[in-house]
Design a protein around this ligand. Sequence first.
Ligand code: NAD
Length: 247
Amino acid sequence: MSGQDDFAGRTAVVTGAGSGIGRAMAELLLARGARVVGVDLRADTVPPGCLPEAVDVSDPEAVQALGERVTSAVGRVDVLMNNAGIGSTTDILSCSPQEWDNVFAVNVRSVLLMTQAFLPGMLERGDGSIVNTASVLALIGAKDRAAYSASKGAVVALTRQIAIQYAGTGVRCNCICPGTVDSPWVGRLLDQADDPVAARAALVARQPIGRLGTADEVARAALYLASEEAAFITGSSLVIDGGYQAG
Ligand code: NAD
């Protein structure tokens, strides 16, 4: 049952908890009874009620220290939401090696580092759920998203690999593939457009459902995967895109 307190007694770590989808994940987990460690570049951006942690999730030493701090402060971690990510809007000809590496460091290496920090505790207890934020662009092509699409494809593949490696241990690993979500990220992209109103209309027009998604809708799907209701689901990529991929 996805009741009001179905995460009571559980501890979750959410990365990118200061904005958009991650913030919605953290708020929903808090509302449903979880203790939440909210990780972001700035601790003051995460929702009130979280244990705030200012960490760059692409930094190996910082993430290792985070793992040690969190384990001694809260003990067990039941749910890990690897959600922090950055965009990149270049095509394959204009993407510099530095941009490629930076996108992969934040979007993919962070999943490796955070999982290395929190998976051992889950394996010890034989219980845990990891939910990674990929993107529908891992599954379909889009112009000007070379590094971004490749990084999210890597998140889908890594999700499957983790799921298979630890299937049967009590630890599940899934990912979500959101379409266009009305988060501060998309707001920033639209602000850069020559005509932001027309650019927003174009984004909405490609949605079969006729609107952009909300961060809360994506968070609800992520919490489903993390919950006991999804006990038989591991290695899956849940598309949450208003029909964009199907169209
Ligand atoms: P957002 O920019 O609103 O929030 C991302 C958060 O991650 C920010 O608070 C940022 O400070 C944090 N962050 C970035 N780099 C970090 C780092 N190195 N260490 C710690 N925190 C860091 O973006 P959003 O739209 O909420 O996106 C969240 C996730 O969803 C991303 O992985 C993104 O790729 C994915 N996604 C978003 C959309 C969309 O349309 N918004 C669609 C598909 C996938």
